[in-house]
Design a protein around this ligand. Structure first.
Ligand SMILES: Cc1cc2nc3c(=O)[nH]c(=O)nc-3n(C[C@H](O)[C@H](O)[C@H](O)COP(=O)(O)O)c2cc1C
Length: 186
């Protein structure tokens, strides 16, 4: 007998099983404007140089700021500011100054003009590495050129989107399968 009984599932919803990394906040700056957007669709693409692919919809205010400045900061929020993270993703920087509206603190970076969000656990300063997928997929390939990560806690409670307003909060951690990895694959 098969282990699972299965039914047809809409292909447009399979993203709910391909759990991506944590929900992040992308901060950007161009000219005299700064902005923040919430982003779930990102993908690690290379170790070194450290490349991350990010889907930023062309309808978002952030799109032009990022495209023109060729920079952004990927900020990692934790569950304590989840409500703010959702609200940031439900309004546009074209009409709202999100740093002021949500009481977040912009901090200068060392490599890019886009501000770091101080309230986030980690901040990755990014420079555009490849714009080849922007027109076709709205995907920007960034190189992380500088990373700032909190020293404590070691395991932050990050938030992960499952679609349909449902989130998962990072929880149980285990090294149970570590011994099966080849050292180069860790
Ligand atoms: C949980 C969550 C995840 C999101 N993921 C993405 C994403 O991966 N890419 C994207 O373009 N928009 C995403 N959005 C929507 C944007 O955050 C939203 O359109 C935002 O208002 C854009 O802000 P802006 O217009 O100021 O740039 C997400 C929103 C939420 C709440």
């Amino acid at each position: 007998m098969s282990r699972y009984q299965k039914t047809d599932f809409p292909t447009h919803d399979i993203r709910r099983f391909l759990e991506p990394g944590p929900i992040v906040l992308v901060s950007s700056a161009h000219g005299d404007q700064t902005n923040i957007m919430t982003m779930g669709w990102h993908m690690v693409m290379e170790f070194s140089p450290s490349l991350v692919g990010c889907l930023i919809s062309s309808g978002n205010h952030s799109f032009e700021l990022v495209r023109s400045s060729k920079q952004c900061v990927i900020n990692i929020p934790t569950v304590d500011i989840a409500e703010t993270v959702v609200k940031i993703g439900n309004c546009s920087g074209s009409s709202v100054d999100k740093f002021t509206e949500f009481g977040l603190t912009p901090k200068p970076g060392t490599h890019v003009r886009a501000p770091l969000i101080d309230e986030c656990y980690a901040n990755f300063e990014c420079e555009l590495s490849d714009a080849g997928w922007v027109n076709k997929y709205n995907v920007f390939v960034f190189e992380v050129v500088k990373a700032h990560v909190a020293t404590s806690p070691k395991l932050p409670k990050t938030i992960h989107y499952r679609g349909d307003g449902e989130f998962m909060i990072s929880g149980t951690e285990t090294r149970k399968w570590r011994r099966f990895f080849r050292p180069g694959m860790l």
